[in-house]
Design a protein around this ligand. Structure first.
Ligand SMILES: [Mg+2]
Length: 248
């Protein structure tokens, strides 16, 4: 299993990050699941809907969020400016927020993926340009525990929400949470990086990963970049792919 001299291993990993691997490449190299770091986007990847978009639309007192969303989609503003502007129009108390979030379903195959990863000794990491509080509340209400979450923070005071961005990258500002920095973390050294995502905020980070499961906007981006990826409809496809790897 993936037992090659460390210098060749580093060459292999850096080459694999630029062109991408598929499951056959992984099997051919004998890459075991236990040698992977596995990152998941949250909205529309683990959750069945884009929760943050839905929340903003549902609890906004005006329609300013639409213009901000269009400007963000067009790359005219970054996530920080977009979310500050959008949340300024949101009115929701903590209690109302928890009630709303407790009704959000996640993809049922996420549970199976967690069991699979746990059996290989791998702790999954959620990287999101949404907010810790939202993700934690949804996962808890779906009986998911033990997942590492790296996301933006939310301050809730009465019915006002204020975003905080502990992981922004001052050199870029495209995303509130620089997912790329999480993949480049020293814990990733020598590991095979697996990424699962769907959207704009996944584009940079997925280019750092060795094996990417992608759909929607992210799939189009990777196609444009000529990087190999595995298209997924839902997490069942991701589960089936990861299950095929040896456990080492
Ligand atoms: Mg997403």
């Amino acid at each position: 299993m993936f037992e090659i001299p460390s210098s060749q291993k580093i060459d292999f990993l850096s080459n694999a990050a630029s062109i991408g691997l598929d499951l056959a490449d992984m099997a051919g190299r004998g890459v075991a699941l236990s040698q992977c770091r596995v990152f998941f986007d949250f909205d529309n990847t683990i959750s069945k809907i884009d929760v943050l978009d839905d929340l903003i639309e549902r609890f906004s007192i005006d329609r300013k969020w639409r213009l901000l969303e269009q400007e963000w989609q067009a790359g005219k503003i970054g996530s920080e400016e977009c979310l500050h502007g959008q949340l300024r129009s949101v009115r929701v108390t903590r209690h109302e927020l928890v009630d709303y979030l407790s009704e959000i379903d996640i993809d049922p195959y996420f549970h199976r993926i967690l069991v699979l990863l746990k059996s290989a000794g791998v702790r999954p990491i959620v990287v999101s340009d949404s907010f810790n509080f939202l993700i934690e509340t949804i996962l808890k209400s779906n009986d998911v525990h033990g997942v590492k979450i790296l996301a933006n923070r939310l301050r809730i005071h009465e019915d006002r929400l204020t975003p905080v961005f502990p992981y922004r990258n001052q050199a870029c500002l495209r995303c509130g949470n620089c997912k790329t920095s999480h993949l480049r973390n020293e814990d990733s050294f020598g590991k095979v990086l697996v990424y699962v995502g769907d959207g704009l905020s996944d584009c940079c980070a997925s280019l750092q990963a060795h094996l990417v499961f992608a759909k929607d906007t992210l799939a189009g981006h990777l196609r444009d970049k000529e990087k190999k990826f595995i298209w997924f409809k839902n997490l069942r496809d991701v589960y089936d792919g990861l299950k095929g790897l040896s456990h080492g």
